[in-house]
Design a protein around this ligand. Structure first.
Ligand code: NAD
Length: 492
């Protein structure tokens, strides 16, 4: 049996078993349905229940009950550790099957999906460690009226609504869930409507690992229905959102009603700065991968590459050669390095932005066209000479498109790199350690890579400056964001 057929069978089976929503430990469907399209072929492969306000209300009520009266937040932290660790091990044991669902749904190469699924298993084991380590400080308050004993407590934030996008659905849903659950929160997850399959696999793992009913709930459906209802819900305490900046702003407005805590991981237009002393022969593939991986559908895509004028032609040639050599196609084919874009809508958006860039004077040195075949394929594209201020330099593309821009000196490139509404990531390539760290200080981004890109790990915080987000995920900062800090004071 081919990998695709295996994935199609598994998708049919998970849809049959689960169907849509997991609320208070029970799976259910409803009258509405949303088509699921396989991007590699551009064909419908099934449908999933598309919930509404009623499902959101039921899921939030279940999560509230589980938070207030269930065992999750009051059980021995070590017991939560064991459950989350078990979930990580189960994800790893099922990684092949989950990755097949992800390749079917997103189109990404199966090997890449495997890496992301195994990374999510690691995130569960990392988060399992926090359960036993979230505690406060103690201090004496020496006041004119006497001495008071005071201490802080880290308490779970409450019911967390987690809303995720389609580009790496399992990892984003899994990472958020692991963090929220480790803090003692209960969860309602709303995955992207384009890629609902692997979230059901996550829900099944969590249930089998021992997460009690109501602690983890899943409601599928449209963003403007289910997502909006969660963001404005009076009984949701916290929203963890990854997605576009435009929707992030809507979530902030919706969250105002009850002043929910909000963590936002949003878009980017990340700069990559290549100095004259960079080892281009060594790093060209990393720079190319930093924007073409996952067909450019990455929030941290290094889509603006600034290169010292003396090395411009060399880098353009290296990136163009890499782009032309990339094997684009079906994620289930072993040789595929770049899969399709997620949807016809996304393909048309990338086409339109590239056309606008070319109309404004940019040159497509490689790629720049869609593939004339079924599925949503766009060729890896290298653009030179984009007009300063062009849309292609300002707007997030979320496609395999890189702009290469020459610069003369450090001051000029720092100003140009920081000239964006975003601030998610940046990269510097240089042979000088001092210059690398100096640039790391000056670039306005939540993550700065020196002589590398795309490296992430749960131990270090991740998030954006400016319109790339609010707050951080991963590390202590990430789990803190799912807690409230309480101060207790009593006469000593
Ligand atoms: P999106 O903002 O359109 O959708 C994200 C999620 O929000 C989906 O589940 C969607 O259904 C939901 N949603 C849509 N409208 C909503 C509303 N009014 N209220 C509540 N929820 C709503 O994003 P997308 O197109 O799915 O994903 C691409 C975007 O995600 C890009 O901008 C990308 O940069 C960003 N992203 C950021 C990170 C990060 O960590 N910073 C990671 C991956 C993707």
């Amino acid at each position: 049996m081919t990998l695709r057929q295996q994935a199609l069978d598994e998708a049919a089976s998970v849809l049959e078993r689960c169907g849509g929503h997991l609320i208070d430990g029970d799976w259910s469907t409803d009258a509405r349905s949303i088509d699921i399209t396989e991007p590699a072929q551009g064909v419908r492969i099934g449908a999933i229940a598309g919930g509404g306000v009623e499902e959101v209300d039921r899921a939030v009520a279940a999560a509230r009950r589980a938070f207030e009266t269930g065992p999750w937040r009051t059980m021995a932290p070590g017991e939560r550790t064991r459950i989350l660790w078990r979930a990580g091990d189960m994800i790893e044991a099922r990684a092949d099957a989950i990755a097949r669902l992800e390749t079917l749904d997103v189109g990404m190469p199966h090997a890449k999906a495997m890496g992301l699924v195994c990374g999510t298993a690691e995130m569960f084991r990392y988060s399992a460690g926090w359960c036993t380590k979230l505690h406060g400080d103690a201090a004496d308050m020496v006041m004119p009226t006497g001495i008071f004993h005071s201490y802080t407590r880290r308490e779970p934030a409450g019911v967390a609504a987690l809303i995720t996008p389609w580009n790496t659905p399992f990892a984003l849903a899994g990472n958020k869930s692991a963090t929220a659950l480790s803090a003692g929160c209960t969860v309602v997850l709303k995955p992207a409507e384009d890629t609902p399959l692997s979230a059901m696999a996550l829900a099944e793992v969590l249930r089998e690992a021992g997460v009690p009913p109501g602690v983890f709930n899943l409601v599928n459906g449209r963003g403007d229905v289910v997502g909006a209802a969660l963001a404005s819900h009076a009984d949701v305490d916290k929203v963890g959102f990854t997605g576009s900046t435009a929707v992030g702003k809507r979530i902030v407005q919706a969250a105002l009603g009850n002043m929910k805590r909000v963590t936002l991981e949003l878009g980017g237009k990340s700069p990559v700065v290549v100095f004259d002393d960079a080892d281009i022969a060594r790093h060209a593939a990393t720079i190319a991968n930093g924007v073409f991986s996952n067909s450019g559908q990455m929030c941290v895509a290094g889509s603006r590459v600034f290169v010292h004028r003396s090395r411009h032609d060399e880098l353009v040639a290296a990136l163009a050669a890499y782009a032309r050599g990339l094997k684009i196609g079906d994620g289930f084919a072993a040789e595929t390095q770049i899969g399709p874009l997620i949807s016809d809508r996304q393909l048309r958006r990338v086409e339109e932005l590239v056309a606008a860039g070319v109309a404004e004077g940019a040159q497509a040195i490689a790629g720049g066209i869609r593939l004339d075949q079924p599925g949503f394929y766009f060729t890896p594209t290298v653009l030179t000479a984009p007009k300063p201020g062009a849309r292609i330099l300002r707007e997030e593309i979320f496609g395999p498109v890189v702009n290469v821009i020459p610069f003369e000196d450090e001051e000029e490139v720092v100003a140009a790199a920081n000239d964006t509404d975003y601030g998610l990531a940046a990269a510097v390539y240089t042979g000088s350690a001092q210059r690398g760290h100096r640039l790391a200080r000056r670039l306005r981004a939540g993550t700065v890579w020196i002589n590398t890109q795309l490296v992430m790990n749960p131990i270090m915080p991740f998030g954006g400056f400016r319109q790339s987000g609010w707050g951080r995920e991963f590390g202590l900062a990430g789990v803190d964001a799912y807690t409230e800090l309480k101060t207790v004071i009593t006469p000593a």
